[in-house]
Design a protein around this ligand. Structure first.
Ligand code: CTP
Length: 401
């Protein structure tokens, strides 16, 4: 798991509801993402989750009482230590205390003295969740600056099905990273990324496509977003989805749809990174009915698609940067340089099918970046997420030149 929260300090507050069992997984997820975690429980939460398990996972004593064996727990210190205080689950009762200033346990005392940001993940039964007083209290804490993770829809502890389930630990982690831990190296930059294959229909049941999974483009989009950029991601048909809800995702199918979408979005972008495996040829016609196998031979007429990258490379302004990809099987460097020049790019990312465990479908990739002055930056085989970091570091360095 990526250490996206390396060096960050998370204070996890657990209040007394059934969803408290999920706090164990939440603690583990935060620790695996590199954060230091300290845990606070309300007295009633100790009925739902074991302090011993949480203390073992977090490698710190779990605190619950304001005083322990004549020793006073310093609630001010914890709220100042943390970068983020997450209360998950937040019960109806504890929500009411946050909204009205009732300070009757260590968790509440820590909340009222915390100087860090606070994020809560409510968990309630369906009718409770809909109660007007809950809505009122949520509005109050929102006005107080508390972040609220939306509840999920599904089966509840009561047996009812509806809204009120606490968000899953993985979504809480993503939400926390997205809202509180993005860096600002690309803040103010608008970045357009495309990815995945395109599908060129032949008839209602057949099409031409390729093996692109879109993983590299997703990793680049997420990395740009985590570094503070505003990101628009245009993809052909791919299975994997983008984790962060702040990334604008648009779906297309064919090369001509990809062209229209990218061309219309490019004027608003500061940077475009085109990683899509766009079809170079498309059937001259899409047959309205299924083609029957009457003939012994069938020659499919194909026409060249428009080159999106070349079009934006040639029309970019001096304030815009365009980075393309090149997939080569021979004369890799010289072909990539030719492509970069022909398409008027600021840089090109070269992939070759000769590298094992790289390109289509793999979770790893091996790239060489060639910049407009033809400097060559070669990288080792790494995870696509790590490759995305290298590409974004390269992009940021071009702004600092
Ligand atoms: N590309 C594009 N529009 C197309 C074809 C390719 O925008 N119709 C972009 C790809 O997204 C990639 C770059 O062009 O960023 C290079 O793609 P690649 O397949 O390596 O090369 P081509 O330009 O298609 O040339 P060739 O297939 O002859 O190597």
């Amino acid at each position: 798991m990526e250490k996206l929260l390396k060096g960050k300090k998370i204070l996890l507050g657990i209040t007394g509801g059934i969803a408290a069992y999920k706090a164990i997984l939440l603690t583990r997820l935060f620790i695996k993402s590199g954060a230091e975690v300290r845990v606070l429980l309300t007295p009633s939460a100790t009925n739902f989750v074991s302090p011993l398990v949480l203390a073992t996972l977090s490698k710190h004593k779990v605190l619950s009482a304001l005083a322990d064996n004549d020793e006073w727990s310093n609630h001010v210190e914890l709220g100042r230590w943390a970068d983020l205080f997450i209360i998950a689950p937040l019960t109806c009762n504890s929500l009411a205390k946050l909204a009205t200033g009732i300070c009757d346990n260590l968790l509440m005392a820590t909340y009222f003295s915390a100087t860090c940001k606070v994020l809560v993940a409510p968990a309630m039964d369906a009718d409770m969740w809909k109660h007007p007083s809950v809505k009122r209290n949520l509005d109050i804490i929102k006005q107080d600056g508390v972040g609220i993770i939306p509840v999920e829809d599904g089966e509840l502890a009561s047996g009812l099905v509806g809204e009120g389930r606490m968000a899953e630990p993985a979504s809480i982690l993503v939400h926390a990273i997205e809202e509180y831990f993005r860096s600002n190296e690309l803040t103010g930059k608008s970045i357009l990324i495309n990815a995945g294959p395109t599908i060129e229909h032949i008839d209602p049941v057949r099409f031409i496509s390729n093996h692109s999974s879109g993983k590299m483009g997703i990793a680049i989009a997420e990395e740009c977003y985590l570094r503070g950029a505003s990101v628009t991601f245009v993809s052909g048909p791919i299975e994997q989805t983008i984790e962060y809800k702040g990334i604008r995702c648009l779906k297309v199918t064919s090369a001509s749809e990809m062209y229209e979408q990218v061309i219309s979005l490019f004027p608003m972008a500061d940077v475009a990174i085109l990683s899509a495996a766009v079809a170079d040829y498309s059937p001259a016609r899409i047959e309205p009915e299924k083609i029957k196998k009457h003939q012994s031979e069938w020659i499919l007429e194909l026409v060249k698609t428009k080159d999106i990258l070349a079009q934006i490379g040639h029309t970019k302004t001096s304030n815009q940067k365009v980075i393309g990809f090149a997939l080569e099987t021979e004369n890799e460097l010289s072909n990539a340089v030719k492509k970069m020049k022909a398409k008027c790019l600021d840089a090109i990312v070269l992939n070759t099918t000769k590298d094992r465990d790289a390109t289509f479908g793999y979770d790893t990739n091996k790239i060489t970046i060639i910049d407009s002055a033809e400097n060559i930056h070669a990288y080792d085989l790494k995870s696509k997420k790590a490759v995305a970091k290298d590409i974004v570091d390269f992009l940021i360095s071009t702004y600092n030149d």
